[in-house]
Design a binder for this molecule. Structure first.
Ligand code: MG
Length: 454
């Protein structure tokens, strides 16, 4: 794929992402999709309205009517697609900085388009093949005001409300000025929680914090948890398809640990879970303990979705899946990452015991990362060749779906070229720092030796 990456297409507005481009994407999607109606949604970014107008115009020009949902979390747009059985163009750059925006395409089954479907749309964009309508057959736009309310109602109907309400939880919430600001505060109140918020007014400048829910951006939330004596803190990214937690002491819980805890709670023997090749040893250990299978895909949510659908066709049950960035799927509810739903599933656990206890079994893991720069394609090739040989001779189970991952049972190492920089990255994780360092250094030495031999 040239135009669409593993999570749609994103760029800096006015540079790599322009209204002209979004217009063409919409015209191509409206041409390829066999539908006369398409939903459009956006997050809180300052450029969202401009791109919504471009996308609406593109769709109308190929004879498609538009349901404009306004500012909604991505999972709310997805729910609308599934219920109405129409596809959607979602204008969002998820967790990227405010100068970015992007386009995500969702099918009429409420699932992000597969790589094959995106390639078909791409072909139409590149060949400029659009079914342009006559003057008396262009589409029209209607504004839908109820998408967020309907989404919230459905969430409430699918959560153990009584258990959460009885626990009288105080919840600190930081939606990061994103689309989650419009849903999560009310949703958590309706679950019976006392809600305290920070950065909860929708604002595409993201004045309070950067959009990505990583620890360095969550200091406000940590302080809010301590100041209000909250039981748990919850943070979303810009389009609220992720949730990251802070424990009752005001410490950010790693996304790997919350994924492992939710997997441990909701996986049964014989189930399958899906994650990416950089998955933490925590999830490997949970699957081992539960007796569930762990399937690994290349990094990126689209790859997980594709694999989960394949597993469904094979008759497998996949109750939980996801990556360690807070993006967790509960596919039996819906095949989407849903920040509010992830938060509520975690609250079901917090209703029973403190957040720090829930994740305590997943704290003692150590990660090491080594970056190896290269100056030429020859050096890159030598390193990748060395990685292949190293993988073959290692006393570990190899996985070559995205780089080289070697599973040693108690630890793992991953060698993978960076997608954005001239570097090969070596990652390792184990139960002790020594073990992780030993594995990372050994693999890195093999790659260094190959470059030295050139
Ligand atoms: Mg997101």
């Amino acid at each position: 794929m040239k135009l669409f990456g593993s999570s749609g297409t994103r760029g800096v507005v006015g540079e790599s992402l322009t209204p002209e481009f979004v217009l063409r994407v919409a015209k191509a999607a409206g041409t390829v999709w066999n539908t006369d109606r398409v939903a459009i949604a956006r997050d809180t970014r300052t450029t969202g309205e401009m791109f919504v107008n471009a996308a609406s115009s593109g769709l109308a020009s190929v004879g498609v009517d538009v349901d404009d949902l306004g500012v909604v979390p991505t999972p709310a747009a997805v729910r609308y697609c599934e219920t109405e059985e129409i596809p959607a163009v979602v204008i969002t750059a998820s967790h990227n900085p405010p100068e970015f925006n992007g386009v995500k395409l969702v099918g009429d089954d409420g699932v992000e388009l597969s790589i094959e479907q995106l390639e078909r749309i791409e072909d139409h964009i590149l060949a400029e093949e659009f079914d342009v309508s006559r003057w008396d057959d262009v589409g029209s736009v209607q504004h839908i005001e109820t998408a967020n309310d309907d989404y919230r109602e459905e969430l409430l109907a699918n959560i153990d409300r009584d258990a959460i309400a009885e626990a009288n939880l105080t919840v600190a919430l930081d939606p990061g000025h994103g689309a989650g600001s419009l849903v999560s505060p009310d949703f958590l109140r309706e679950l019976g929680c006392e809600v305290r918020t920070v950065n909860a007014q929708p604002d595409g400048h993201f004045p309070g914090r950067e959009s990505e829910p990583v620890p360095e951006n969550l200091r406000d939330l940590e302080r809010l948890v301590r100041a209000t004596d909250a039981d748990v803190g919850i943070a979303h990214d810009g389009d609220a398809d992720r949730a990251i937690f802070v424990d009752e002491h005001g410490e950010v819980i790693s996304g790997e640990a919350s994924l492992a805890a939710l997997a441990a709670a909701f996986l049964e023997p014989g189930d399958v879970t899906v994650s990416a090749v950089n998955v933490s040893q925590r999830l490997v250990d949970v699957c081992e303990e539960v007796g569930a299978d762990l399937e690994l895909t290349p990094i990126g949510a689209t790859n997980l979705i594709t694999r989960i659908r394949e597993l469904w066709r094979e008759g497998e049950n996949v109750p939980v899946a996801g990556e360690g960035n807070g993006g967790i799927f509960f596919p039996n509810y819906r095949l989407v990452r849903d920040g509010a739903y992830i938060a509520a599933k975690f609250l079901e656990l917090v209703a029973e015991r403190p957040a720090s206890e829930i994740v305590a079994p997943y704290q003692d893991y150590y990660n090491v990362r080594i970056n190896l720069s290269y100056d030429s394609d020859d050096e890159l090739e030598a390193m990748l060749h060395a990685a292949a040989e190293y993988a073959e001779s290692a006393d570990a189970t190899p996985n070559t779906i995205d780089g080289y991952r070697l599973d040693y049972g108690d630890a793992w190492v991953l060698v993978r070229p960076s997608g954005t920089e001239p570097k090969v990255r070596v990652y390792a994780e184990g139960h002790t720092e020594e073990r992780a360092t030993e594995l990372a250094e050994e693999a890195a030495d093999a790659l260094r030796a190959a470059v030295d031999e050139l």
